[in-house]
Design a binder for this molecule. Structure first.
Ligand code: HEC
Length: 107
């Protein structure tokens, strides 16, 4: 019952976001992005607000986040990369764009 209500809430929040999204067609919904972003919290903190050694993601420009993810995924990840090169390979470019938007919208 409670989880059903939660799910409904998530979907209506996503619908609102999409409705206010303007002309840009969203391939992945905000709800999809939130699900994809779940595991990132293990290292980057809840909603990407880390306060440890791992860089925060929250509130940073979506273009920056997406570019970094794509760099990790590429043939030559930035020097010093430890884990994001392996992790980022699990996401399509479309999912990366959705993740970047998700974290950019966190305050
Ligand atoms: C197992 C821990 C772990 C998980 C899970 C994880 N990250 Fe990371 N992330 C790191 C570490 C560590 C770095 C620093 C680069 C490196 O060593 O790979 C990093 C760096 C980044 C950066 C670059 C930030 C900067 O300022 O340089 C981005 C963007 C990023 N992660 C996005 C994500 C996203 C999106 C997810 C979820 C899909 C995610 N990460 C999941 C550990 C993790």
């Amino acid at each position: 019952m409670t989880s059903r209500l939660k799910t409904l809430g998530l979907f209506s929040a996503a619908a609102l976001l999409l409705a206010s999204g303007g002309a840009h067609a969203q391939a992945l919904s905000a709800a999809d992005a939130a699900v994809l972003a779940g595991p990132c919290a293990n290292c980057h903190g809840t909603d990407g607000k880390s306060n440890g050694k791992i860089p925060p993601l929250a509130g940073r420009p979506a273009a920056t986040l997406a570019a970094m993810m794509k760099a990790f995924k590429g043939e030559t990840p930035p020097p010093g990369t430890t884990i994001m090169n392996r992790l980022s390979k699990g996401y399509t470019d479309e999912q990366i764009e959705a993740l970047a938007k998700h974290f950019a919208e966190k305050k």
